[in-house]
Design a protein around this ligand. Structure first.
Ligand code: GAL
Length: 671
């Protein structure tokens, strides 16, 4: 960590939004601030895309409008989450310095006219951006309205991987620092293959488009470099702010379905508070489970500390193939699910729906239809709820289960040449998490090698890349009495993408008691039958048990006769291995069985609800809070006693949770 942690302090749960007043005239600002008051908004992000407004020409600053809006927000008692303004460079910078523009892997530049068109390694861009940050931090660093610094915006959303010459030089510097000698680099990348050996550092390029598949070790390191490069950029902005302001500093992460380029495990320690942006992804089978996963991962990044949901939507986004509005009550359910999973702030993109620009069809708190709309009414209702639950800020989520998640495994899994192009890392993570979610179990998402001592069950989906040290943490924890479930394609390569030989799952093999000899993926649409009656898809493997017991074997397909689900006694613990993608019901049943044997239970007993409930407990110094979110139509009853914060009613024994509703119970001390 380069930064001393500065706590983000707020009265209760923050409720807010991105606000882009540049798009509106000042009479609209007056209405906005009045309506923000009506909705209970108390944290507003401004100046995120402000650069061309506050520095219209190089070195000429004009802060009049920003002074005005910050002053108005302050007068209304609204705190400011102040953007450094650097997210998107102004036209004059790209015109004067076209070398800042990012380069795609095919060597073509990307033009200005969108956003985030800058190369993370460009010294020219960085110098210009840091001059702006110093000007902004110098002006507003001790402004009483400023509660949080919002560095840039979603760093790496579009520009994470730049292949220009400047990036190539920076990549080489990064590689020299990592490997010191070319011999070490050649060994790590396996360049003996295809005559790729490097004799000079200057021969090394970013993995630009080639005529065949590229070196996977080089691609893995380019991912690591690119993540580190943007983190270095974040640090440079934070370092510029720090001497000029004591306010906490963060940036908004993108812990969502499809953003894979930044290894946030290495970033999180630099944030004074973790902040995440999350949008429901309707391309997925279970968007609510993915929301819960993203929230649990956001919490995990901060080691369990409260975090801020910096953006989500009140309705449709504008960037999926089909952009769906939310169903009635879904804004509240989504928001409170994030809070249940540790968020101490709920913010939206954006306050007022734009009428121009690429995002004019993106939902907002104040929609095009105005205040006479279901969205606005629900926003106001949510603001009221957020106001009533402030006492739970600072409390922490309780979990007995850990799921191991790794960006490095994501990168290494999705290399160009793999056993099946249908094999996706996140699909496996979602399958495992989705089963735990359906069982109502609360999950902490942890990094490979993290301390597991507080957990009763650890689930390891497809952890393709594993270091010996990370494997040892897991196998020692099992030996000490833990229960782990590992799924296929785990333990295949080391940190250099070098295969662990002697039978897959490499350093997990002995603990799992299985030796895998060959992968045998199956075509999309092909279903495999298992001896316990379950079915599976995607994957099988030819293997045999060494010390494990086969709980189910493949009945048909290319691995007929090989074990599909195994259980091994390892020390005082139990190691399960699943060699295929089980159908959802079977995976849920298996994880349910293992969880029950390990003594893992949902946070409260429930009846009804048709499997559409989320139940999570946050525990504070003086009380605990049980969240029950009912995503379905069927009524449910949760067993809890105390005081229900949304309805403001005492509850004893049974709490009714109607279809679509959320209940938050401050529990009596015995809970
Ligand atoms: C985020 C971004 C916002 C807005 C939003 C739309 O990626 O930070 O500026 O574009 O998505 O969903």
């Amino acid at each position: 960590m380069t930064a001393p942690a500065r706590p983000f302090e707020h009265d209760g749960i923050a409720f807010g939004c991105d606000y882009n007043p540049e798009q509106w005239t000042t009479d609209v600002w007056d209405e906005d601030i009045r309506l923000m008051g009506e909705a209970g908004v108390d944290l507003v992000a401004v100046n995120i895309f402000g650069w061309s407004h506050i520095e219209p020409r190089e070195g000429e600053y004009d802060f009049r409008a920003l002074d005005d809006i910050i002053g108005r927000l302050h007068a209304a008692g609204i705190r400011v989450n102040l953007g450094t303004g650097t997210a998107s460079p102004p036209a004059w910078l790209a015109r004067r310095h076209p070398e800042i523009l990012p380069m795609a892997e095919d060597g073509t530049r990307r033009f200005p006219g969108g956003r985030q068109a800058w190369c993370p390694s460009s010294p020219v861009f960085r110098a210009a951006a840091l001059r702006l940050v110093e000007a902004v931090a110098g002006r507003y660093g001790d402004h009483p309205a400023v509660a949080l610094w919002h560095v840039s915006n979603e760093l790496g959303c579009h520009n994470a991987l730049c292949h220009c010459d400047e990036s190539a030089a920076a990549f080489r510097r990064w590689l020299e620092a990592r490997y010191v000698t070319l011999d070490a680099l050649n060994a790590a990348w396996g360049t003996a293959f295809w005559s790729q050996t490097y004799g000079e550092w200057d021969e090394i390029l970013p993995p630009r488009a080639t005529i065949s598949t590229r070196n996977p070790g080089q691609m893995l390191d380019f991912h690591r470099f690119s993540s580190d490069e943007l983190l270095a950029y974040y640090r440079a902005e934070a370092d510029a702010i720090r001497p000029l302001s004591t306010v906490p500093i963060t940036t908004n992460f993108m812990v969502t379905a499809h953003i894979e380029n930044l290894d946030y495990w290495s970033w999180a320690g630099d944030m004074d508070i973790v902040a995440n942006d999350h949008y429901l992804d309707h391309r997925l089978a279970d968007p609510n489970a993915e929301l819960a996963f993203a929230a649990d991962l956001s919490r995990g990044l901060g080691g369990g500390a409260p975090w801020i949901l910096m953006e989500h939507s009140t309705g449709a986004v504008n960037w999926q193939p089909l952009n769906k509005p939310k169903t009635p009550g879904e804004i509240i359910r989504n928001s409170l699910t994030h809070v249940a999973r540790g968020a101490d702030g709920v913010c939206f993109f954006q306050w007022r729906a734009s009428v121009q620009g690429s995002e004019k069809f993106h939902s907002a708190m104040l929609p095009h239809a105005g205040t006479d709309s279901a969205v606005w009414r629900e926003v106001v209702e949510l603001g009221g709820i957020i106001g009533r639950i402030g006492e739970l800020a600072g409390s922490r989520v309780e979990a007995q289960v850990a799921l191991v998640f790794s960006w490095e495994s994501w990168w290494a899994t999705q290399t160009e040449s793999r056993p099946s192009q249908s094999l996706g890392y996140l699909d496996q993570v979602h399958a495992a998490y989705g089963a735990l979610h359906a069982l109502g179990l609360t999950v902490d998402v942890v990094a490979p090698g993290a301390d597991l001592s507080v957990y009763s069950l650890v689930v390891v989906p497809g952890l393709h890349l594993i270091r010996q040290s990370e494997a040892t943490v897991l196998t020692d924890w099992i030996a000490a009495g833990g229960s782990a479930v590992v799924t296929f394609y785990s333990g295949i390569v080391d940190q250099d993408d070098r295969v662990w030989t002697g039978g897959y799952t490499g350093p997990l093999r002995d603990a799992l008691g299985v030796r895998v000899e060959e992968f045998a993926p199956v075509a999309a649409g092909e279903t495999l039958r298992l001896s316990d009656g379950a079915t599976s898809t995607l994957w099988s493997e030819r293997s045999h048990v060494t010390t494990a017991v086969a709980e189910a074997s493949f009945v048909d397909g290319p691995s007929a006769g090989s074990p599909a689900i195994t259980r091994n006694a390892w020390g005082r613990g139990t190691a399960w291995y699943v060699a295929t993608l089980l159908e959802a019901d079977a995976l849920r049943a298996l994880l349910g069985r293992v969880a029950a044997e390990a003594g893992v239970r949902p946070p409260a007993a429930v009846r009804g609800g048709d499997g559409a409930l989320e139940i999570v407990r946050r525990r504070g110094a003086d009380a605990s809070y049980l969240f029950v979110v009912n995503h379905g139509d069927a009524a449910a009853v949760a067993e809890a006693s105390g005081f229900e914060l949304i309805t403001g009613m005492p509850v004893a024994g049974d709490v009714d949770v109607p279809g679509g509703a959320v209940r938050i119970i401050r529990e009596e001390a015995a809970a």
